[in-house]
Design a protein around this ligand. Structure first.
Ligand SMILES: [Zn+2]
Length: 493
């Protein structure tokens, strides 16, 4: 039984005690003994595992980031992050009480019983990959212990949104070895809730997803924001009514409150009144996701964390200095209850404005720490940064928030290319738009041009209007796992 009821209402000092205790145990009995990467890191930096006693002591340990997973000369470097125990290290590092328990079990239940249990704890049996559009995919392995944690986090997330076991759910996350799809599947199993996982657009097409909605009459809908929006709009065009929908839970991509409000309006026009739209935050390396609790759609509660499973720090991305409660900075993640691929002080590349709060949530009453909703990916910017746009370092999240504020824009895509396709020539930026029928295109183009210039410091060379069907194809909404929102066609020098 998941102790969430208790964990969710601990005081701040109880949370700290719990995290200190779990951190000590995790480092001394699991990470240092069994992880080749961390054994080496601790030894090279002369860190005694026993010296990490509190969350504050984490500061002794160097950060890791995506670049530590990849080494062109050693393609399997990521394996060093997997816990790899053997009998010798178990005997050496586990406390006497735990070893006696193993011995007692083998005497009373047999060696096979002990072996099966250890395998369940430590042998990887499941994989998801990082998705990134430009990064090399990196694999993260789960043991049965981690899969159980995936059940727990999925269940906590669904519970947090107020979902009931009797709800009918349609899961439109793309079927792939990616966290989002499986987080929902395992969470649903744990909650004993009826879920139809369509696999998203690639598996069933828009028509198939609309049929799934008609068949299931779901009260809860989950998926990637742009795809959910696409399916609902297509359903509306066909005159489909969706009166049963009460909640939409979005993941795998950042959502603004403006987007939530717009989605709820769309659903209201299809008969679903007072729909609550939720954002979630999660990433492959944590093998977990966190959710908002119910609020009006123009407000975010922040993402509710699981203090018994992980520790989050917020740091200054330049100096690495740990920031205080509520301060802006990069999110750094440490697991304290994982097996398989395990990371400590992992720099997420996600920048959070408003940081982490430990104040009780005024919407759900939970006392767990919460990450503010305003998260942008530093890593995405870095990927494009190698060749800035027109010499400006551009945060592509700003394009997204800027363009999604125009109610006349149905969909958009930005294409970057070089003048005359010459790698040495200047950058050019073309904005493709699909506008609502009846809107004044020339006036809209002018406003988009000036608004983009003001928010991103880059003025588009051209704003082109294209039919909606062509836009859907360009974005790959029905064929790709991640929509092609920014297309970089600039040839390399
Ligand atoms: Zn809350």
């Amino acid at each position: 039984m998941d102790p969430w009821g208790k964990i969710g209402h601990l005081t701040k000092s109880e949370i700290r005690d719990l995290q200190n205790r779990k951190l000590q145990q995790f480092i001394n009995q699991y990470l240092y003994p069994f992880s080749p990467y961390y054994r080496r890191l601790f030894d090279q930096n002369k860190i005694k595992p026993g010296s990490i006693r509190t969350v504050a002591d984490l500061r002794q340990i160097p950060f890791c980031s995506k670049k530590d997973f990849i080494d062109p000369d050693r393609p399997d470097k990521i394996k060093d992050f997997i816990q790899q125990p053997d009998l010798k290290t178990i005997r050496q590092f586990w406390p006497k009480t735990q070893l006696l328990k193993l011995k007692w079990q083998s005497l009373t239940k047999g060696d096979e019983f002990v072996k099966v249990n250890l395998e369940k704890e430590f042998r990887p049996c499941f994989i998801t990959f990082t998705t990134g559009t430009t990064n090399m995919p990196v694999s993260f392995l789960y043991t049965s212990h981690d899969i159980q944690n995936l059940h727990v986090s999925g269940h906590r997330m669904l519970k947090l949104t107020g979902m009931q076991s009797s709800d009918h759910v349609v899961n439109m996350f793309p079927y792939a070895p990616h966290l989002a799809f499986w987080q929902v599947v395992f969470g649903g199993l744990e909650a004993s809730t009826l879920i139809l996982s369509t696999g998203g657009g690639k598996m069933m097409g828009t028509e198939g997803n609309i049929r799934a909605l008609l068949k299931m009459k779901p009260s809860v809908l989950l998926g990637v924001p742009s795809y959910i929006y696409h399916v609902l709009r297509a359903a509306k065009e066909q005159g489909v009514k969706l009166e049963t929908i009460k909640k939409v839970i979005l993941g795998a991509s950042r959502v603004s409150t403006a987007f939530k409000v717009r989605l709820a309006e769309l659903l209201a026009s299809m008969g679903a009144k007072d729909v609550c739209v939720f954002g979630t935050y999660g990433f492959t390396e944590a093998r977990s996701a966190w959710a908002e609790c119910p609020t009006p759609n123009d407000i975010s509660s922040g993402y509710h964390l699981y203090p018994d499973k992980e520790i989050f720090e917020v740091i200054d991305p330049k100096t690495g200095e740990v920031k205080g409660e509520g301060e802006d900075g990069e999110l750094v993640y440490s697991s304290i209850d994982s097996r398989g691929s395990s990371v400590l002080r992992y720099r997420t590349g996600d920048y959070v404005k408003g940081g982490i709060t430990y104040e009780p949530c005024k919407y759900s009453g939970l006392t767990v720490p919460r990450i503010n909703y305003d998260i942008t990916r530093i890593s995405d910017v870095k990927d494009y940064q190698a060749s800035k746009v027109k010499g400006c370092l551009v945060d592509f999240n700003n394009f997204s928030s800027c363009l999604s504020e125009f109610t006349d824009i149905e969909e958009w895509q930005i294409e970057l290319n070089k003048k005359d396709n010459d790698p040495f020539e200047v950058d050019q930026m073309v904005v493709y738009l699909s506008a609502r029928p009846g809107c004044q295109e020339a006036a809209l183009a002018d406003t988009v041009r000036s608004r983009l210039a003001a928010t991103t410091e880059v003025t588009p060379n051209e704003v082109k209007f294209i039919p909606f069907a062509e836009m859907i194809k360009r974005l790959g909404l029905e064929t790709e796992n991640k929509e092609r929102r920014i297309v970089d066609k600039r040839p390399k020098e």
